[in-house]
Design a protein around this ligand. Structure first.
Ligand code: DX5
Ligand code: ZN
Length: 221
């Protein structure tokens, strides 16, 4: 089963409630929310007040991706604001990775870990048994609309292999960046089962066709 997580970053921020309603009706499995602080990544996106507001506008599962320098300090606030899953970068506070995962779980939310394209996967693998989701970035984090990095596919396959090795059958393996109806197939072929897509959904005239096109291409892989 392939899940599609449209990335809010590419939505029209002047009418968020309308955008959320449209992607829910179009078959989105969840909403990917990119939080950027202008320090961990060279861009600023949105923060707690926006998450709180849109929480009141939709029942969609909130798949929050923190690209911030101190995720541990913000776990409780994002959980209270309405996140259902919190994914953070293992490079941001390397000494506190386990503590951050525990804090997310203590808040009753799903926990995810991710890493930048240049970070060796070996640094993340020890956390596979502890998390619900591993996100492999297929672009440098910070901006939507970038080109898909096919050379990240060995990392996706290695996460799949590690999940099998440690008996974690239900691990969610997510990819994020440059995913569209073409690149989704190669992601799925390497083991990804949750596809984040910003421009390939919100940049298209027909959200339902975009979501189902991506899902079908991935399921056929
Ligand atoms: C990039 C973000 C992505 C971004 C993806 O740092 O993590 O979620 O919105 O956008 P597309 O799908 O357009 O590459
Ligand atoms: Zn993201």
């Amino acid at each position: 089963m392939i899940q599609i997580s449209p990335s809010l970053l590419s939505a029209d921020f002047s009418c968020l409630a309308h955008e959320l309603d449209a992607i829910e009706k179009a078959g989105a499995d969840m909403l990917h929310i990119d939080v950027m602080d202008g320090v961990y990544v060279p861009n600023i996106s949105l923060g707690l007040p926006v998450v709180e507001s849109i929480r009141r506008a939709t029942g969609l599962f909130f798949d929050v991706h923190l690209m911030i320098t101190r995720p541990l300090q913000y776990v409780d606030a994002f959980a209270a604001a309405g996140a259902d899953r919190i994914t953070f970068h293992i490079e941001s506070q390397p000494q506190e990775t386990k503590q951050t995962i525990s804090r997310i779980r203590a808040a009753g939310k799903q926990a995810g870990v991710t890493l930048n394209p240049g970070t060796p996967l070996e640094r993340l693998l020890p956390f596979v048994p502890l998390v619900d989701l591993v996100l492999i970035m297929t672009v440098e984090p910070g901006f939507g609309g970038q080109k898909f990095m096919a050379d990240m596919m060995p990392k996706v396959a290695a996460v799949r292999d590690e999940a099998r090795r440690v008996g974690k059958k239900d691990l969610i393996i997510q990819v994020d960046g440059g995913v569209n109806s073409e690149t989704s197939a190669v992601c799925a072929a390497h083991g990804a089962n949750c596809l984040v897509a910003g421009s390939a959904v919100f940049g298209q005239p027909d959200y339902a066709a975009a979501i189902s096109g991506m899902r079908l291409a991935a399921q056929a892989a």
